[in-house]
Design a protein around this ligand. Structure first.
Ligand code: B12
Length: 260
């Protein structure tokens, strides 16, 4: 009769592909990339090791000692950045990315509740992932950051049809809108949307974001402005609140986001 007692599963489950083909294991990558602060590191590890069952209590413990936005940025998002590097190195694959993102989202939902609220809204921003694009992890992170800077976010989700986006903009008349595209096949939604908005006489900036979009692309059609990282967005939003047009944001972009 076979018995599991005494079996060393670390030997049975060794990832020989990782050991032979890649330069760093997840543990070595963690050593290199995760925050040195012990509290943030513990949170980041929950994401890195996809512990969606224990991430909640660990985040709650961290919130007793650190600011909620810092727990999100320096803990949860830092863990996800490490996951993205492991994916690029072919150590992690899509299932790991999905589970890590789930852990991150559970953590963000808990920390977000403690971000100081009850403030007056600085304005409304519509966010969406382009038609045909299912990638919404980055948009969801950006939405949390933008909300925590005092803006109301209407998050339309992913794979948002161009016509639905236009209808929402007409209904809400936001300060500006953002679109996320991670696929080269979906990013063309933004020039299409911008053209329709202009034809309707709406001159609102349309921020192009996500891995498939770069500054050159976002600046290649009227209304388009760029934001690479969430912390740049409140700085740009503040200028739009002051009355900057999309052309002015484009012209002064480096000055506006400097240091972020
Ligand atoms: C996770 C993932 C998926 C998940 C998405 C789950 C989800 N809910 O998002 C699933 C499994 C569904 C998926 C599916 C597909 N995927 Co995919 N996927 C990825 C992967 C591995 C990670 C993306 C990610 O979440 N990164 C982490 C987040 C945090 O980063 P991010 O989105 O870039 O966001 C950051 C910034 O862009 C920015 N940002 C984003 N939005 C916003 C908004 C604002 C306002 C601001 C300021 C900033 C901002 O801030 C974020 C934080 O820094 C990438 C590979 C990669 N390395 O990017 C491929 C990738 C995007 N996928 C790809 C492809 C091809 C597909 C599929 C077509 C695969 C297939 N053949 O079936 C399908 C899509 C099918 C369909 N049409 O439905 C390609 C796209 C290639 C291309 N250039 O077109 C990539 C690049 C993989 C590759 N190298 O080939 N995918």
């Amino acid at each position: 009769m076979l018995s599991k007692d005494g079996a060393d599963f670390t030997k049975v489950l060794r990832r020989y592909d990782i050991e032979t083909q890649v330069s760093l294991t997840p543990e070595q990558m963690a050593e290199k990339l995760l925050p040195t602060d012990e509290v943030f590191r513990k949170v980041a590890e929950e994401v890195l090791y996809m512990r969606f069952k224990t991430v909640g209590p660990v985040v709650m413990e961290a919130l007793k000692q650190r600011d909620p936005l810092a727990v999100i940025n320096n803990g949860l998002v830092a863990g996800m950045e490490c996951v993205a590097k492991l994916y690029a190195e072919h150590v992690y694959y899509l299932p790991e990315i999905m589970m890590a993102a789930k852990a991150m989202e559970i953590g963000i939902a808990i920390a977000e509740k403690q971000v100081p609220g009850g403030r007056e809204s600085k304005g409304t921003i519509i966010m969406h992932a382009a038609e045909g694009d299912p990638h919404d992890i980055g948009k969801n992170i950006a939405a949390v950051m933008v909300r925590s800077s005092g803006y109301d976010v209407i998050d339309m989700g992913r794979d948002v049809a161009v016509k639905d986006f236009i209808a929402k903009v007409e209904e809400v008349k936001p300060l500006f809108a953002s679109g996320t595209a991670l696929m080269t096949t979906t990013m063309s939604a933004f020039p299409t949307e911008a053209k329709i908005l202009q034809e309707k006489g709406i001159d609102m900036p349309l921020m192009g974001c996500g891995g498939a979009v770069n500054r050159e692309f976002a600046n290649s059609y009227d209304l388009g402005i760029y934001s690479e990282k969430a912390p740049q967005t409140p700085l740009i939003a503040e200028k739009i609140r002051q009355g900057y047009t999309w052309k002015q944001v484009r012209d002064e972009w480096d000055e506006i986001v400097k240091g972020q």
